[in-house]
Each structure stands twice: as structure tokens, then as C-alpha cells.
Design a protein around this ligand. Structure first.
Ligand code: SF4
Length: 420
């Protein structure tokens, strides 16, 4: 529970009455309603924002203390060929377009082996909805990886891919998901959620995977024992009422199933998307800095007691900005990735890999303790008195000295120089 010092630290006395009342309730570990979440998202006064951020930080510390988790993993996008036409996406290509890619099972396996050799405990596999992909592909891929790397955790296939694979296989979602689990699937990314609101989804995705179907697939996955992450993609044609309703819906699923491992806010990247180029007056360029701060903080407050892990995406925000979210309620930095073509294609500026060594230096320089975790958030190694093995990045950083990356962080590079 909060100490008097905590309360004082939140500068509640300066916050407006409605915001202060909501935050006091959250510090008493009481549930914040959808309407109250919207009030927090709509707050703009600096004193209200300070109180929201400090409350999120207190709630985060109650669960995690100063520990910041990450996982050593690799993202593998086995194809970018997709005809679904989601308007926020510029990852997808037609099969005859330049840059269209397809990785065979053997190529995917090679990447999995590289990842394993570098200490990865997870591969995160997603792909476009290739028109020629047989529904059996998803299961076959799981079996092939598990046959060679039985201890590698498979975190794979969005609810959109499950919808696609089940439709192509002419199987109910439950049967399709049970087949994937039996083939070795461990957990699923809760992507393709975007904003779980019918009117918004009609404009983003033509509602091909509607809210009800996303929820049905995720609930079914949880019921058959496949946990998932949960996400939001925000900062386009959406607003505070959608954000609060989205998080409220995720929370209601979590109350029933307990199947979400984490919540990950994903900033909309407008560059090159049909959504933006067709409607530049209506569509925003992504969330503002304040909105990013509030998304991490308010999700921590609304999900307190239900989803413990709020993950910040360093690929969307860049490592420096991601670190700032650790004082806004975020507790997890995601994975090392070793590849991240979806964010790159969709206009994010930030790279394809951050090594475990780099992550630990950055976390430590912020005065926190880094811990490597499993996909289901078991702590595997705490880096309080040692470092991970210092590896060169696997992914080319455009010819730059691989370890120059840390020079982006003056606190870190100064300490390293002093130590060397
Ligand atoms: S978001 Fe996914 S399903 Fe939609 S067009 Fe892009 S790759 Fe295809």
C-alpha cells in the first residue's frame, strides 16, 4: 500500500479534484472505471499529468520495485506478401512487387538456430496473409522448429493469422488453436487489435477482423492454454474514449481468462501508409509525446491488479524515449529482436536489434536493475552484479561500429569509458 511519502510525492495537492479523486482510488487498489480512465486520458494540466505519472510509477514499483525486464528473442517475419489492405500498414507487398519476401521453412529454421546460438529463448514469428499459404503451414512451421529446437519458446501468429489459417483449413478456431498448441506453439502476440472499436476498425482494416472475432479468438486461445500479449495501436483517428474503452475491454477479458501476459502500447507510424496519404487532414502523424506518456501511465493505472507487465516498444519510440517510459508505469523493454522489419517498413526510425549487453547498460545507467525473463515472465537472470556476454549485433547497423550504439546514451558511454 502507499506510504504517506508516496502520497506526498504524487503532488496530489496540485492536481484537480476529479483527477485527484481517481488517483487516490487507484492507490487504494480500487478499480478505475472506463469513464475515469477517459478523464485521465483527457487531462492536460501539467499538475494533473505529474500526478498521473507519479501514481503510475508508484503502482509499478509496488509490483516490480526497480526491476526492468527484457527477453532475448528474435523476430522473424516469414513473409510480407499480403492482400488484406489494412490502411495503416506499409509492410505488406503484392507478390510481384519489389521487396516482396517469402522465407521457406528452412530459412526460418536457420534464423531460429542463429537466435538459439546467441542465447535467445524465444522466436516471435508473424507474417502477412499470403494468398497461397495453406492453412496447414502454421502448424507445420511449429512442428519443424520444435523438432530441431525443442526448448525454444514459440511466440507466434496474430489473431488475424489464426483467423486466416482457421478459415483456410475450414476448422473452428478452437480446433485450429488446439492443433497449434499440440504442434508446440507457446504463446501468441495479441497484435491486430489496433483499436477494438467497430467504427475505427472499419476505417483502419475494412473490419475484416472485427472486434468480436478478435475477442473470440483471443478468449479461445486463453481457454485452450495459449496465453497472449495485448496491444493497442494508437495516434491516428482515435482518441481518449477509444483508448479507455479498449483497455477496459482487455481488462474484462483478463478477469475471465487471466490469459494476458502483458500490455504493449504501439504508436502509429504514419509514413507511407494509405491511411495517412489518403486523408492527411484527418489522420494524425502518430501520438504526441504527452499521449505516449499518458498511454503508458493510464494503462498501468487501469490494469493495476489485472495485467502486471506494461511493455514499452523501443522499436517504436527509440531506446532513449523508451527508457523515459520506465518512470511512466512501464516495467518491460520487450526483446532484443535481432530483426524488426514490420516497424522499419512502417516508418519507425529505430533499428532491428539491441543486444542484451546494451539493454543492461542502459537500464543500469538509469539506476534500475535489469532482469532477463522468459516469455511467460519468469525471471531467468538478474544483472545486479554482472553483465550479459558482450556480442556484436547480428543485424547490420549500416556499417556503423556496432558498439557505437551506446554512444546515444551519454550516461552509459561515460561510465563505460571510465571503466575501460
Ligand atoms: S497489417 Fe498484417 S494483415 Fe494487414 S495488410 Fe499488413 S500484413 Fe496484411
Amino acid at each position: 500500500m502507499n506510504s504517506p511519502a508516496d502520497i506526498e510525492a504524487t503532488a496530489f495537492t496540485l492536481a484537480s479534484n476529479p483527477v485527484r479523486a481517481i488517483l487516490e482510488r487507484s492507490l487504494e487498489e480500487r478499480e478505475i472505471s472506463k469513464a475515469e480512465g477517459q478523464v485521465l486520458f483527457e487531462a492536460t494540466a501539467p499538475s494533473d499529468l505529474d500526478a498521473i505519472y507519479q501514481t503510475a510509477d508508484i503502482l509499478k514499483r509496488r509490483v516490480h520495485g526497480d526491476q526492468v525486464t527484457f527477453t532475448v528473442n528474435r523476430n522473424i517475419n516469414f513473409t510480407n506478401i499480403c492482400y488484406m489492405g489494412c490502411k495503416f500498414c506499409n509492410f505488406a507487398k503484392r507478390s510481384d512487387e519489389d521487396g516482396a519476401e517469402w522465407q521457406s521453412v528452412e530459412q526460418v529454421l536457420k534464423r531460429c538456430h542463429e537466435a538459439w546460438a546467441r542465447g535467445a529463448t524465444e522466436v516471435c514469428i508473424q507474417g502477412g496473409l499470403h494468398p497461397k499459404l495453406p492453412g496447414s503451414y502454421y502448424e507445420e512451421l511449429c512442428r519443424a522448429i520444435k523438432a530441431e529446437l525443442p526448448d525454444m519458446h514459440l511466440h507466434a501468429f496474430s489473431p488475424f493469422e489464426v483467423w486466416y489459417g482457421a478459415s483456410k483449413s475450414r476448422k473452428p478456431y478452437r480446433e485450429f488453436l488446439e492443433g497449434l498448441k499440440e504442434a508446440g506453439l507457446g504463446t501468441m502476440p495479441g497484435t491486430a487489435a489496433e483499436i477494438l472499436d467497430t467504427e475505427i476498425r472499419k476505417q483502419l482494416t475494412k473490419d475484416k477482423l472485427n472486434t468480436e472475432t478478435w475477442v473470440e479468438i483471443v478468449r479461445t486461445a486463453h481457454e485452450v492454454g495459449i496465453k497472449t500479449t495485448s496491444t493497442i495501436m494508437y495516434g491516428h483517428i482515435d482518441g481518449p474514449q477509444h483508448w479507455a474503452a479498449h483497455i477496459d475491454l482487455l481488462r474484462s477479458i483478463q478477469k475471465d481468462t487471466g490469459g494476458f501476459t502483458e500490455f504493449v502500447p504501439l504508436s502509429f507510424q504514419h509514413v507511407g501508409t494509405a491511411l495517412y496519404t489518403e486523408n492527411p487532414d484527418k489522420v494524425r502523424l502518430g501520438p504526441s509525446i504527452d499521449e505516449i506518456d499518458k498511454m503508458h501511465a493510464v494503462s498501468r493505472i487501469m490494469l493495476n491488479g489485472f495485467i502486471d507487465n506494461i511493455q514499452v516498444s523501443w522499436t517504436k519510440l527509440g531506446p532513449s524515449h523508451a527508457m523515459a517510459m520506465l518512470s511512466r508505469g512501464a516495467s518491460d523493454l520487450g526483446g532484443t529482436l535481432m530483426e524488426e522489419s514490420i516497424s522499419r517498413s512502417a516508418g519507425a526510425d529505430h533499428g532491428q536489434e539491441i543486444t542484451a549487453y546494451e539493454l543492461v547498460q542502459i537500464v543500469r545507467a538509469s539506476g534500475r536493475t535489469a532482469a532477463r525473463r522468459s516469455s511467460d515472465y519468469r525471471i531467468l537472470e538478474v544483472f545486479d552484479d554482472h553483465d550479459p556476454v558482450r556480442l556484436d549485433p547480428l543485424i547490420d547497423r549500416n556499417g556503423a561500429d556496432p558498439l557505437d550504439f551506446l554512444s546515444m546514451f551519454p550516461d552509459v558511454s561515460g561510465k563505460l569509458e571510465a571503466a575501460e
